[in-house]
Design a protein around this ligand. Sequence first.
Ligand code: F6R
Length: 648
Amino acid sequence: MVTKIQLNDSEDISYKEAGIYENTKFEKIHNVIFKNSDYASVIIAREIATLIREKQAKDQNCVLGLATGSSPIKVYAELVRLHKEENLSFANVVVFNLDEYYPMDKTNVQSYHYFMHEHLLDHVDILPENIHIPDGTISSEELYQYFIDYELKINAAGGLDFQLLGIGRTGHIGFNEPGSHPNSGTRIITLNYLTRSDAAQAFFGIANVPKRAITMGVGTIKKARRIVIMALGHKKAEIVKKTIEGNITSDIPASYLQEHKNTTFVLDQEAAGELTRIKTPWLVESCIWSEKTKSKSIAWLSQKLQKPILKLTDKDYNDNGMSGLLAEKGSAYDLNISMFNKLQSTITGWPGGKPNADDANRPERNTPHKKRVLILSPHPDDDVISMGGTFLRLIEQGHEVHVAYQTSGNIAVSDAEAIKYAEVVKNMMLRNAGCIDIDKIISDLKKKKENTAIDSIDVRALKGLIRRVESLGATRSLGLPDTNVNFLDLPFYETGTAKKKPYGKQDVAILTKLIREIKPHQIYAAGDLADPHGTHKVCLDILFHVIEDIMKEEFMIDCWVWLYRGAWHEWDIHDIEMAVPLSPDEVEKKRKAIFFHQSQKDNVMFQGDDAREFWVRAEERNKDTAIKYHQLGLTDYAGIEAFKRYYF
Ligand code: F6R
């Protein structure tokens, strides 16, 4: 279910009005920050549609340079919708795609050829002869001529009217990796390791990601008359800041766009998070000191100066762009005390509320003493990785805890791991005459080119079962009865590939039913708001959808939702509303619970660019939060799990 953003036809769709645009002395590329990626995508699609129609009216072709990747998916979805529902014709559109892996067959599901047809080209009335996507099957001898011809074809079409771009974490545009020349043309390049590791999930492991690609050059791209570049999600925040605020450098090819005078950088709030005017607005101009900005700035000041909050002086505030805050809110002394108290009151060893204690300044209510708690875990190990210590406390403090694993997590089990279990089952069956065709499963797995093809339904079921038994091992180790463990196997996930379907009615119905049955006082959920397309975000969107549907029901009025972060990053200090400290003993128990997820331990399929095992990431993250609290002048704990409340 893709959110459909409705804009009035009369609405002016200029980026300036749709998003937040404020040029500052630091910013060298026009950029617009949108409240979410859906909205941004609709605005971009509208710009493209307007251009296509303008050209149609003049009986001209509209030449589009297009990108693949996760960023433009919703732009294409909106263009398809405009075609189907609002008569937008692509008959005058000529497309040149940026890039393709090399070598790469067109029928391969990982090819950009496949991607473009799946997301856009098969659903609109574009003429086949107007589609140009670099061909990953060209022989190496023919490549050179092929590149020249690609450039000539763009020129012959009249040049690019509009170029849509994403940005890689290396700063690449197209596949122009660091080191690319500003005048480069279409050519073959070697992919950067970080780029390959970002693509690893789609290819079932980095080893399967091609090492080379064909790409339009920076020079080809810069000749476009209009460029829109998109960045979504927190993972892009750092490179976005460097591209927009840094110097032009071949280390960050996207920075060449500073020289292109008709470029707009479209950002969501997370991707904009490192821009100076967002991260530290007080350094840019006089700012409005909301409660959030106040907390954010004081935590920043204390971290920057490595001074506990209570030791910050008027001079510290004045020297760091915060004199306006002093003028508005009083002295450093008052500001320090109020921030210190605020942070202090986030800390609680009683995540379900402390019975018989004054709860005025505690994160949770003290009544009812025994709460019904529902922990939602997108994958079967997110619960223990992200909140294993809090999970344990909730059980030990007598709450009725239920856990629900939203997806089967089956695609993250390697074939080698699955064969191991299948052979265990086979040996059991040899002893007790069984009826499933385990030999077929084993031969399917052995025939498969390691972790590349789509698993059969039976193999998926086996891999899902492996994750189930691992979860049960973990929840039993925390003392949770099996009856309180729910496996939802949400259908959106069951594609057998890393790419998931959009969520639908069935996913919503399954979660609604569970929440109505349990009637929880607390729901814990993975709050990876910033992850634009991953499983965590879809699971969260499903929860938000359910909440929207049932928020008026009586039990929901008494239900609080707490968001934890996944394995990759933590809430910023000023966002944390509940901080649950872990004792060394709890750290140990949490680690043991994570160990039960053996299929995710040594041979992790979706490692990303962080080589640490999940238990190490979790421990280091919890320790890091504890150190931050301590450095701000609060008590020294072994670890802290952090939560932010979602208000509805
Ligand atoms: C894709 C392309 C790449 C991507 C970039 C961002 O055709 O040329 O430059 O735009 O890697 O990818 P996503 O959008 O997946 O983050």
